[in-house]
Design a protein around this ligand. Structure first.
Ligand SMILES: NC(=O)c1ccc[n+]([C@@H]2O[C@H](COP(=O)([O-])OP(=O)(O)OC[C@H]3O[C@@H](n4cnc5c(N)ncnc54)[C@H](OP(=O)(O)O)[C@@H]3O)[C@@H](O)[C@H]2O)c1
Length: 332
C-alpha cells in the first residue's frame, strides 16, 4: 500500500510503498479515504513529542470503509463507512487516562496510509451527513472539544465563551459545538481575516492577539467570560485570568506558545477561578461527541484538501499557522 512515511526528526515526509497491514484478532482493516492533520503531526516531525519511533506513518484522524476483519469481530461491519476514535486505552477512570493511553499515529501506524488496522471498539459509524473529508476532520479535534466544553467546562446554554487562536483545527470545532448548544462565542486570532470568517460562522466578535492591549478591548466588548478555551498558553495566559468572569473557568488542552509566567495568585483565588487541564477524551465521550454531531448536523470547518503526495506541503501550512480549520489529505 501507499503511505506517508517520516524517517526521522526534521525530515520531510514522503510517499512510499509499505506492506499492507492485516487485521489481528479483534481488529478491523479500514481502507482510508481521507485523513486529517493535527498539530501533533508537526510536533512529531520536529521531534517535540514523547516516545518517538522511526520510521513512522503519522496521522490520528481518518475516515474510510471497513475492508477486512480479524477473528471475533462483528461481521456486519464489513463495507461500513466509519471514523476512528484515535484515543486508545483510556482505562476505567473517567477523570483521567491511564499511563497506557496512546494516540493513533505514534507509536502505532497512523491514518496517512491506504489501509490501517485498529481494534474494532475504536470504529464508529461515520455521521451520515458528512463526506469522508468532513468526517476525517472530526475525531481528534471533536473528542478534545467535547471533553473540554462539556465534561470539564460544564458549558450551559447562553454562557459566554472565549476561544483563543480560532484558526486552529480544534478551536473551530469548539466554536461549532458552542454554537450548536446556544453559547455565545468571542474569539482571538493572529489574523483579522480569520476573525471575520469566525464571525461569519456565528461568533459575536473577536480581537487580534497581536494588537497592543487586545485583552482590554475584548473586556470592553464582552465583559467577563464564563468559559475560556485555550491551547496557546505562553505569555498571554495571565490576560485570560483577567478576562474570566468571577467564578469562571479556563480550560486548556495545549501549550503552543510555551511556559506560563507572571501569574498573580490573588487574581485566581479571589475570583474563584477554575483552571482545567484536559486531553482528548474517553470512549463514552467519543460516542457522545458523534451523537451531538449527528443530532445537530454539525459540519467541521475544512481549510484545504491536499492530495496524499503533498503531505509535506500540508504539514508546512499547519506549521505556518496559515490554516482556518482542518487540513485534509485525500488518500487514494
Ligand atoms: N491535549 C490534547 O488532547 C490536544 C488535542 C488537540 C490539540 N492539542 C494541542 O493544541 C494545540 C492546537 O492544536 P490544533 O491541532 O488545533 O493546531 P492548529 O490547527 O495548528 O492550531 C494552532 C492555532 O494556534 C493559534 N495560535 C498561535 N499563536 C497563538 C497565540 N499567541 N495565542 C492564541 N492562539 C495562538 C493559531 O490561531 P490563529 O491562526 O487564529 O492565530 C493556530 O491556528 C497544539 O499545541 C496541539 O498540540 C492538544
Amino acid at each position: 500500500m501507499k503511505a506517508i512515511v517520516l524517517e526521522g526528526v526534521n525530515q520531510s515526509v514522503a510517499l512510499k510503498e509499505v506492506p499492507t497491514p492485516t487485521p489481528q484478532k479483534g481488529e478491523v482493516q479500514i481502507n482510508i479515504k481521507a485523513a486529517a492533520l493535527n498539530h501533533r503531526d508537526v510536533w512529531i516531525q520536529k521531534g517535540k513529542y514523547a516516545g518517538l519511533k522511526y520510521p513512522a506513518i503519522l496521522g490520528s484522524d481518518g475516515a474510510g470503509v471497513v475492508t477486512q476483519m480479524g477473528e471475533d469481530v462483528d461481521k456486519q461491519l464489513l463495507g461500513k463507512e466509519v471514523i476512528i476514535n484515535p484515543g486508545h486505552n483510556w482505562g476505567a477512570n473517567p477523570e483521567a487516562q491511564r499511563k497506557e493511553f496512546k494516540i493513533l499515529g505514534m507509536p502505532d501506524q497512523g491514518t496517512f496510509a491506504e489501509y490501517i488496522c485498529v481494534p474494532s471498539q475504536y470504529v464508529f459509524t461515520k455521521p451520515a451527513h458528512l463526506s469522508f473529508e468532513q468526517a476525517a476532520a472530526l475525531p481528534l479535534g471533536g473528542l478534545t472539544a467535547y471533553r473540554t466544553l462539556f465534561t470539564r467546562g460544564a458549558l450551559q446554554t447562553g454562557q459566554k465563551v472565549l476561544i483563543t487562536g480560532i484558526g486552529g483545527g480544534v478551536a473551530l470545532i469548539v466554536l461549532k459545538f458552542c454554537l450548536a448548544v446556544g453559547a455565545k462565542v468571542w474569539v482571538t486570532s493572529g489574523s483579522d481575516s480569520k476573525i471575520e470568517k469566525a464571525i461569519s460562522l456565528g461568533a459575536q466578535a473577536g480581537v487580534n492577539y497581536k494588537a497592543e492591549k487586545w485583552h482590554e478591548s475584548l473586556q470592553q466588548q464582552a465583559g467577563g467570560f464564563d468559559l475560556i478555551v485555550d491551547s496557546a498558553a505562553g505569555e498571554n495566559f495571565p490576560k485570560l485570568i483577567d478576562l474570566a468572569a468571577t467564578g469562571g473557568k479556563i480550560a486548556m488542552y495545549g501549550g503552543t506558545q510555551g511556559t506560563i509566567k507572571d501569574i498573580i495568585p490573588g487574581r485566581i483565588f479571589w475570583k474563584q477561578l477554575s483552571i482545567l487541564g484536559t486531553t482528548m477524551g474517553n470512549e463514552g465521550e467519543f460516542a457522545s461527541m458523534t451523537q451531538l454531531v449527528s443530532t445537530k448536523h454539525i459540519v467541521p470547518v475544512i481549510d484545504k484538501t491536499f492530495p496524499m503526495a503533498e503531505a509535506e506541503q500540508a504539514l508546512r501550512r499547519m506549521d505556518n499557522s496559515e490554516q482556518f480549520g482542518k487540513i485534509i489529505l485525500q488518500i487514494y
